[in-house]
Design a protein around this ligand. Structure first.
Ligand code: DC
Length: 225
């Protein structure tokens, strides 16, 4: 992918970032990297080992000794921790309600950013998260900040959960999302914030295809000659 670019997609929880990023990457023939899955994998392992999700030292030393792998397959991305397939487990309610704490720890973030930069060290990458355009890939050729109303995001998560057999009411989902938005935007270390040079997309009344097409359109204009 000689003329491939770096595309950073940020935005709040359940805004559809990973669905859109995956489609965009596949249409462009780029590598897709889901950075949220890395924070989730660390949280999963911390909970399993009874490590306090507010203890930066303990978490960063855990991160130092585990191997997190993101493997692209035909059916989607597989996430492994120390060889164990945790693709489903990292989406559990327990991990979801603890991951904002893990992701707020400064040393953990520093180490994750370093890992993510190495992963993006290839031409043609779509990376999604909260701080990609601001901290991980500040020189990305294309930055997108994507959001949708809390109600719309809860409705999308509801559909996703139903497929996974997770039972949570719309009311609970709205509350979960609002809590996560608050934790992600108010933390001290790299809070969720739109990069000054990011393109803002409100996806509330857009289809997945429409959003992916809009991003691809912007990407085509930025391709290296
Ligand atoms: O996108 P997600 O819901 O899988 O992300 C899980 C959590 O990780 C979310 O609460 C915010 C955090 N996160 C982060 O702080 N920075 C990133 N680059 C990606 C995710």
């Amino acid at each position: 992918m000689e003329n491939g670019i770096q595309i950073a997609i940020d935005g709040p929880a359940a805004a559809g970032k990973s669905t859109i990023a995956k489609i965009t990457a596949s249409k462009l023939g780029y590598t897709y990297i889901d950075t949220g899955a890395m924070y989730r994998a660390l949280t999963y392992k911390a909970l399993k080992e009874h490590i306090d999700v507010y203890d930066d030292d303990a978490l960063s030393s855990l991160l130092d000794r585990i191997v997190i792998e993101l493997l692209p397959t035909e059916e989607g991305q597989i996430v492994r921790v120390d060889g164990e397939d945790v693709t489903e487990e990292i989406r559990s309610q327990e991990v979801t309600s603890n991951v904002s704490a893990t992701a707020a720890q400064p040393r953990v973030r520093e180490m994750m950013v370093e890992k993510q930069r190495l992963l993006a060290n290839t031409k043609g990458v779509v990376m999604d998260g909260r701080d990609i355009g601001t901290a991980v890939l500040p020189n990305a050729e294309l930055k997108i900040f994507m959001t949708a109303s809390v109600e719309e995001r809860a409705a999308r998560r509801f559909v996703e959960n139903t497929k996974r057999g997770i039972n949570r009411s719309m009311e609970e989902l709205c509350q979960d999302i609002a809590n996560r938005d608050k934790a992600d935007t108010e933390r001290i270390a790299s809070p969720l914030k739109q990069a000054s040079d990011a393109i803002f997309i409100d996806t509330t009344s857009m289809s997945i295809e429409q959003v992916a097409d809009a991003i691809i359109h912007h990407a085509e204009k930025r391709k290296r000659p």
